[in-house]
Design a protein around this ligand. Sequence first.
Ligand code: G3H
Ligand code: 13P
Ligand code: NA
Ligand code: ZN
Length: 310
Amino acid sequence: PLVTTKEMFRKAYEGGYAIGAFNVNNMEIIQGITEAGKEVNAPLILQVSSGARKYANHTYLVKLVEAAVEETNLPIALHLDHGDSFELCKACIDGGFTSVMIDGSKHPYEENIALTKKVVEYAHAHGVVVEGELGQLAGIEDDVNVSDEDASFTKPEQVYDFATRTGVDSLAIAIGTSHGAYKFKPGQKPQLRFDILAEIEKNLPNFPIVLHGASSVIPEYVKMINENGGKMPDAIGIPEDMLRQAARSAVCKINIDSDIRLAVTGTIRKYFNDNPSHFDPRQYLGPAREAVKDMVKHKILNVLGCDNKA
Ligand code: G3H
Ligand code: 13P
Ligand code: NA
Ligand code: ZN
């Protein structure tokens, strides 16, 4: 059966590593991720955004993830990514998810607390864990202009109050990561506020921290896209050594979506260029699935450190 993240995070915190939380939208992505997890014996978090749920349908995604559990026997948590309302969180809790995020970070502090607390009460009564968020990530999905001035980093002096008053099980923070494939401006040196992370750890010891917007925007796939008719100049992510450093700290969950998109798109673009006469979707979705698998294995082994922790 699906598991919650409780045990995963406890062990990750102790062991100085992080669990990968991968966004899923279809069968091939779910298979690629979970086959990778199986090969290196890693626990997994598969997460579904409200957009994914609209695209693929709640039931299809739950059943596909359940099939992956049956096939791999891995500890897998099914998580709602960026839930924005109590109703959406409730629908996922009632519908088989084992973890939900209520992202109240855009609301004023007290409203974030009230909304998060309401979700926690319902979730905990149903055996489901909750991720909250404090601070706002710079930029928005696909926004090409991410900058420090737009970011509002998590305030370390708020984390203890937020965690204790809401009862959340984990906390997403803003320390300079952002969603999408353009995380820093051209010429800007990638940087994360490890000083803020250290303050957060000090004020809220023994508490699992979550890093969103943590794709490294793998240059190899950006190149493959640009060499095969794509146009993603200046795509840039979080350097892997920074993510490794984060994984060694209180960060227990690292979110990855953009790197999956890049692996799929790069592989399919190249396939179409190399094989203009092919038209069977299995011919290009197969290699795309394989690319997701290789990419996820690389993350587990070289960035997250959660291999052999299942
Ligand atoms: O945080 C955003 C994730 O990458 C999911 O993106 O809302 O387009 O599915 P999405
Ligand atoms: P990336 O866009 O960096 O992959 O971040 C994904 C994420 O945070 C999903 O919640
Ligand atoms: Na960690
Ligand atoms: Zn996110």
